[in-house]
Design a protein around this ligand. Structure first.
Ligand SMILES: Nc1nc2c(ncn2[C@@H]2O[C@H](COP(=O)(O)OP(=O)(O)OP(=O)(O)O)[C@@H](O)[C@H]2O)c(=O)[nH]1
Ligand SMILES: [Mg+2]
Length: 219
């Protein structure tokens, strides 16, 4: 039984990986408990969390249970990590948008994971800490890398909570649809990316135009 009290037939294991300090534990804590801590307490080995999730509508409706494996990013845990990948059905590949090195290391993390899982599984590429400046990773580069894996990317903040729910709903749906045969294995998911929002036209600009029109009439 999950926290919602609903039983789920579908249980999926997701490994959350990426360099130390990128915000893996913070992201899980934000989704799992709704809180955020500012101090850094590096994960030792791995920690787990599980939560049920309601997916889709109509025929696609399902309740799935996600078991999150929040893995330690520090190099000293490299050997230990190998055994944690066993049976994983999905991956969250995370970097810190303010540290380029953590983005450049993503292929290394992807290789470590796929080597130990033994097959390719659905992946979401995540660039976290979008609330923090300056950004040192271009969205275009994140997009290109994700596309090369047929994966979507999503830009998050564990601090503000931005896109965190979307992230877990997305990876949960991807795994479920591939495993249940709704889409072929190795499906191209890159179109599901959540782009950084482009600046909207402010309502002020529109009202200014109206005002100009009115004053012209008056004259
Ligand atoms: N500004 C900001 N800080 C964040 C965010 N996410 C995490 N942090 C901070 O970054 C630091 C590292 O976060 P963790 O979640 O522990 O990082 P981790 O990836 O789990 O690190 P390891 O367990 O060592 O692999 C902490 O001080 C967090 O408060 C975010 O979205 N924005
Ligand atoms: Mg951690």
């Amino acid at each position: 039984m999950g926290p919602t009290g609903i039983k789920s037939r579908y249980v999926y294991k997701i490994c959350i990986i990426g360099a130390a300090n990128v915000g893996k534990t913070s992201t899980v804590n934000r989704w799992a408990h709704g809180w955020f801590r500012h101090d850094y307490k590096s994960t030792v080995g791995v920690q787990h969390f599980s939560r049920t999730l309601a997916l889709g509508k109509g025929k696609k409706k399902a309740t799935i249970k996600l078991i999150l494996w929040d893995m330690a990013g520090q190099d000293i845990f490299k050997e230990l990590r190998k055994s944690f990948y066993d049976g994983a059905t999905g991956l969250v590949l995370m970097c810190d948008i303010t540290r380029k090195r953590t983005f450049n290391q993503l292929p290394k993390w992807f290789t470590e994971a796929t080597k130990n899982i033994g097959e390719k599984v659905p992946v979401v590429v995540v660039a976290n800490k979008v609330d923090k400046k300056p950004h040192r990773v271009e969205e275009n580069d994140i997009s290109k890398y994700a596309k090369s894996l047929k994966a979507p990317y999503i830009i998050t903040s564990a601090l503000s909570g931005s896109n965190i729910t979307d992230l877990f709903e997305l990876i949960g749906r991807m795994i479920h649809e591939e495993i249940q045969g709704m889409v072929p294995r190795g499906h191209d998911w890159s179109k599901e990316s959540r782009q950084m929002s482009s600046p909207k036209k402010t309502p002020k600009a529109t009202s200014k135009k109206k005002k100009v029109k009115k004053s012209t009439k008056a004259r």
